[in-house]
Design a protein around this ligand. Structure first.
Ligand SMILES: Cc1cc2nc3c(=O)[nH]c(=O)nc-3n(C[C@H](O)[C@H](O)[C@H](O)COP(=O)(O)OP(=O)(O)OC[C@H]3O[C@@H](n4cnc5c(N)ncnc54)[C@H](O)[C@@H]3O)c2cc1C
Length: 418
């Protein structure tokens, strides 16, 4: 069966509920049942145009959104374990639009007021696209010499092919967006420079500094932050080495699979809760397992062992208990269950935060975790300045980052017209 027939077959599984729970589950509020109905009739261009009202990232989100936790997780057919594969349908429509160059061609006079977008990840790209579609001249300032943010340097090629991502980004830039590469806010220019030059500013600079576990031995040679490893590709040689990855989310899955594919002898993923509570999608865990990664659930790293260089980790087993004021089961270390696991490298993948040296220099109000405080429209404490995505603590997925960029574009438009 070719891909088009397969997707039409998937689309026929939708029962088109009136209440549209899948749309409610989509952070971008895509008209899910609407585009599926069009896909069912083979009207892919119309389906693409409907999707374009809410997103510019269909080929991306169709592939890497945690669908089980978002749209598909709300599908009424899920009760019979047959939810509609919404992601696959969306990805096909997005890909078909790229192949056939269906993207909107702008034929608008440029508005006078200009907007700067800092950061070319999903939040910045989406904000820039939606503002550009309204005729605002937009310039993206990006510290790397490429765009995409974590879509490019976080999510590995085996989950989101780089050539496809490049086509998605090119289709956004074709709207007429200017990009200034290798320009870093807080280093090569300041927020005040932008405030002088532009009428509004959107900050979408992400939060890609790995959290520390604050345990003994964390500063030994051989301990790495998972986010930085993926971003900088500063991997050591893993040949014949044993690697322990700490964490149970996306970063832990992507970094462990990347390291396994780079030739490590053995990769362990250590997570203090159970498999069921792990933030990574069940499919990601299954794929990692198939690639030979061994999971040590309900284990906690309490110390990195070694003198100057890592030689192992000390683990303790945990039990999960319910606690008042906590919606999740809480892991508690089991006394005298400690043991040592020998290894050569330890990778911390236990969450991330914004770059404090940059964010604190901006002067905008931040919370105690160093994230920029925004109101419901994305406005920061500075009049001209809006923010969204990971740097503003917006739920940590691509679709949520894109939504915050899109919604900030609406607020920026309102601000520019006020
Ligand atoms: C390994 C990994 C895997 C993930 N997997 C998934 C997944 O499967 N599904 C999912 O939905 N989410 C996933 N996520 C989360 C998702 O990628 C992020 O939530 C999303 O990319 C956040 O978008 P953003 O635009 O806020 O920031 P980012 O994607 O981080 O983009 C920020 C951009 O700003 C640039 N920048 C940073 N500082 C400056 C500066 N000072 N000046 C100029 N530019 C700057 C950066 O170079 C970057 O291009 C994953 C995250 C990681 C780390």
């Amino acid at each position: 069966m070719n891909r088009e027939d397969y997707v039409s077959m998937l689309a026929k599984q939708c029962v088109h509920c009136v209440t549209k729970p899948c749309q409610v589950g989509c952070p971008l509020n895509n008209d899910t049942t609407g585009f599926i109905a069009l896909a069912r009739e083979g009207k892919f261009r119309e389906a693409y145009e409907l999707l374009s009202k809410t997103t510019v990232l269909s080929s991306v989100c169709g592939r890497i959104c945690p669908h089980e936790k978002q749209c598909q997780g709300m599908c009424v057919k899920r009760v019979s374990y047959e939810e509609v594969s919404i992601g696959e349908i969306e990805a096909f429509i997005g890909d078909k639009a790229l192949e056939n160059h269906w993207q909107e061609k702008l034929n608008l006079p440029n508005k006078k007021k200009r907007v700067a977008v800092v950061g070319g990840g999903p939040s910045g790209l989406t904000c820039a696209a939606f503002l550009r579609r309204k005729g605002y001249p937009v310039t993206i300032y990006e510290s790397h010499d490429y765009l995409g943010g974590l879509l490019y340097h976080g999510i590995p090629d085996f989950r989101l092919p780089k050539d496809l991502l490049k086509k998605v980004i090119d289709s956004i830039l074709e709207l007429g967006i200017e990009v200034k590469y290798q320009e870093t806010l807080g280093k090569t220019f300041t927020l005040q420079d932008l405030e002088r030059e532009y009428d509004a500013i959107f900050l979408g600079i992400g939060a890609n500094i790995s959290n520390k576990m604050n345990i003994p031995g964390e500063d030994l040679v051989g301990v790495y932050g998972g986010n930085e490893l993926l971003e900088t590709q500063g991997h050591p040689d893993y040949t014949d080495k044993v690697v322990v990855v700490s964490g149970g989310g996306n970063v832990a899955m992507d970094v462990s699979r990347t390291i396994q594919r780079m030739g490590a002898k053995k990769v362990y993923v250590v997570y203090r809760r159970s498999e069921k509570e792990a933030p990574a999608e069940a499919k990601e865990i299954e794929d990692a397992r198939k690639e030979g990664i061994e999971f040590l659930f309900q284990n906690n790293i309490v110390r990195v062992v070694g003198t100057d260089v890592v030689s192992g980790v000390e683990l303790v087993r945990t039990k999960l208990v319910s606690k008042e004021n906590s919606s999740r089961l809480v892991p508690v270390n089991i006394e005298d269950s400690n043991y040592i696991l020998s290894c050569d490298y330890v990778i911390m993948a236990v969450g991330s935060k914004p770059d404090e040296s940059i964010v604190s220099s901006l002067g905008v109000a931040c919370d105690s975790n160093g994230k920029i405080i925004i109101d419901e429209s994305g406005h920061t404490s500075f009049e001209k300045v809006f923010a969204g995505g990971d740097v503003a603590g917006v739920k940590g997925t691509v679709a949520f980052a894109a939504r915050s960029g899109r919604n900030a574009s609406y607020a920026i438009e309102e601000y520019l017209n006020s």
